[in-house]
Ligand binder design. Structure first.
Ligand SMILES: [Zn+2]
Ligand SMILES: [Zn+2]
Ligand SMILES: [Zn+2]
Length: 294
């Protein structure tokens, strides 16, 4: 685990180009162990001792003080996924046209086509499949009876899609992806994923570098205590577990962080409403319990 100053040094070297991305990653994750966190290092403890105040910044208690972080860095791969999505959007805006041959190849290589059955007489969709009667199919539109359905080929569908992608025939999700997910896509979905693959490929260096820098910056911010306060154990756990902090007005009750005060400190009218709402919720829950539909 790198110290605060080592991390800043690493970031600067990467930004100025003194070291490349691969080396930077190697240095950062050299003795990185999942689960081993920054507070185990000597550097962290020393800077923590400098940062920590002598009382809780929420309730003024002096008992068992800890550092309370208000934000935490995410995993590197989460930043990378965000960038890939962003680059795809940009790529689609600047390259809205796709090549038909390339698209056909992509569909063929990555999907299995499951055609929609049609009536051979009037091309109407999904004729009745009769289990006990022959001929097996009946078209409910033209009343034609027949043994075998017909269908459009994938190539025909793709041609129609290139002529007019709003046609109802090309909107069916009749392509199943060959990967482990087996997703059902229509041609417009497939186009998005093809563009996303291209966008990611052509920007992979930028995506990885930007994502890594963001990841390092958030770690630096975390280690700098910029987004942290000193909190007693009680206040820290209310915040972590219930997203609650102490009401600044009465300094007695805890409240949801999104509200300015606790219920007791609301003006008379609003407090009544809030308490009624809680009472109503309790009644509903007890009725549900009685009915066993909780
Ligand atoms: Zn406290
Ligand atoms: Zn028909
Ligand atoms: Zn209050």
């Amino acid at each position: 685990m790198l110290t605060y100053n080592e991390l800043i040094d690493l970031r600067n070297k990467l930004v100025t180009g003194e070291i490349g991305l691969e080396l930077a990653k190697e240095i950062n994750w050299a003795d990185f162990k999942e689960g081993k966190r920054s507070w185990h290092t000597k550097d962290w403890n020393e800077r923590r001792d400098q940062f920590i105040k002598d009382k809780c910044e929420i309730c003024n208690s002096k008992e068992i003080l800890t550092i309370q972080h208000r934000s935490h860095p995410r995993k590197y791969t989460d930043y990378a996924t965000d960038f890939a999505r962003e680059f795809t959007k940009e790529y689609i805006n600047t390259n809205p046209e796709i090549d038909k041959c390339e698209f056909s190849d992509y569909v063929q290589n990555n999907y299995t086509y499951v055609p929609i059955p049609l009536c051979p007489n009037c091309n109407s969709r999904k004729p009745n499949d009769r289990i006990r009667k022959l001929p097996r199919f009946l078209c409910t539109k033209c009343r034609h009876e027949f043994d075998n359905t017909v269908h459009k080929t994938a190539a025909e569908l793709i041609s129609l899609f290139f002529e007019n992608e709003d046609l109802f025939e090309v909107r069916d999700k009749c392509f199943v992806s060959n990967d482990k997910w087996g997703n059902r896509h229509n041609l417009s979905n497939i186009r998005y994923w093809m563009q996303r693959v291209t966008a990611k490929k052509s920007n992979i260096d930028t995506i990885e570098k930007e994502a890594f820098l963001l990841y390092i910056n958030d770690n630096i911010k975390y280690l700098s205590f910029e987004d942290s306060i000193t909190a007693c154990k009680k206040c820290a756990s209310y915040y972590d577990l219930y997203n609650m902090d102490l009401c600044p007005k009465c300094k007695v009750y805890f409240k949801d962080v999104q509200y300015p005060t606790c219920i007791q400190c609301l003006p008379e009218e609003k407090r009544k409403l809030a308490l009624e709402k809680i009472e109503f919720g309790n009644q509903i829950r007890s009725i549900e319990r009685e009915l066993g539909i909780e």
